[in-house]
Design a protein around this ligand. Structure first.
Ligand code: MN3
Length: 259
């Protein structure tokens, strides 16, 4: 990688690319970053709007579930994350860290929820109009390389999602260590996290994601969800992360030892 590209990735461009994975507001432009650093101002997290109508994923995901899920659950995580970060800022100001464990846990839970839901909405599209089908290009090649076939990947991912104990997510990660894809689970929004990966696709398997339509049949929900997966978005996420690979490997030197 040439120097100019590396510098680009280290500064605003790299942050913009990382933010684009989940469609979060671009809060770290150079200017905003300088202001935040100088004044100690906090990011105000906001609920990202859906890119399609609430009923656009019918018949696979029903309108009522989408309304409650986006407008209530996701909004709640955004509110909770803002509250947690505010409380931690106030703790610093007061020099009182008696509740630091509580608010750190809240920040991880609500921050995980905000991140994963932001990714989730973008990784779905109306069936037959961006949703469903199979991936192509580099994403398809990586899936074939790392799972053997698309069908084998689907089976592995579905089983991981089905097997989440309680509330959580089935996730497809990009791993910075070796540039491979890996299927993982997370419990709640953050537990079982690893530090060498970043998700590019996830299915929410909390009961609030499917119970109104599928009742207790999580397996049927997972089976039907494939009809709304937006592979173009997943491919864009992969492309963004592969573009950041060298910069991220530089941050974590162990990932370079084998290369
Ligand atoms: Mn959810």
């Amino acid at each position: 990688m040439d120097t100019s590209r590396r510098d680009f990735l280290k500064t605003a461009g790299g942050v913009a690319a990382a933010a684009s994975v989940i469609g979060a507001p671009m809060v770290l432009s150079g200017k905003a970053h300088a202001q935040a650093g100088a004044a100690g101002a906090l990011t105000v997290h906001e609920l990202p709007p859906l890119r399609y109508a609430y009923d656009a994923l019918e018949p696979y995901i029903d309108e009522t579930t989408m309304r409650i899920h986006h407008d209530k659950h996701h909004a709640g995580y955004v509110k909770g994350l803002n509250a947690a970060e505010k409380a931690l800022a106030e703790a610093r100001e007061a020099g009182d860290y008696s509740l630091v464990q509580h608010w750190s846990r809240k920040a991880a839970f609500t921050g995980g929820g905000h991140f994963l839901h932001s990714m989730f909405w973008k990784a779905m599209a109306p069936p037959g109009n961006g949703g469903g089908g199979e991936p192509s290009g580099m994403l398809a090649d990586c899936i074939a390389r790392d799972f053997g076939s698309f069908d084998a990947f689907k089976a592995h991912f579905s089983a991981a999602a089905q097997g989440v104990e309680g509330s959580g997510w089935g996730l497809l990660h990009y791993r910075f260590l070796d540039g491979r894809l890996a299927v993982r689970q997370t419990e709640n929004q953050h537990k079982l996290s690893s530090w060498d990966t970043m998700p590019i696709l996830g299915i929410d398997v909390w009961e609030h994601a499917y119970y109104l339509k599928y009742r207790n049949d999580r397996g049927e929900y997972i089976k039907q969800w494939w009809n709304v997966v937006n592979w173009e978005n997943v491919a864009a996420n992969l492309e963004t992360l592969t573009g950041l690979h060298e910069a991220l490997a530089a941050v974590h030197p162990s990932s370079r030892e084998g290369s």
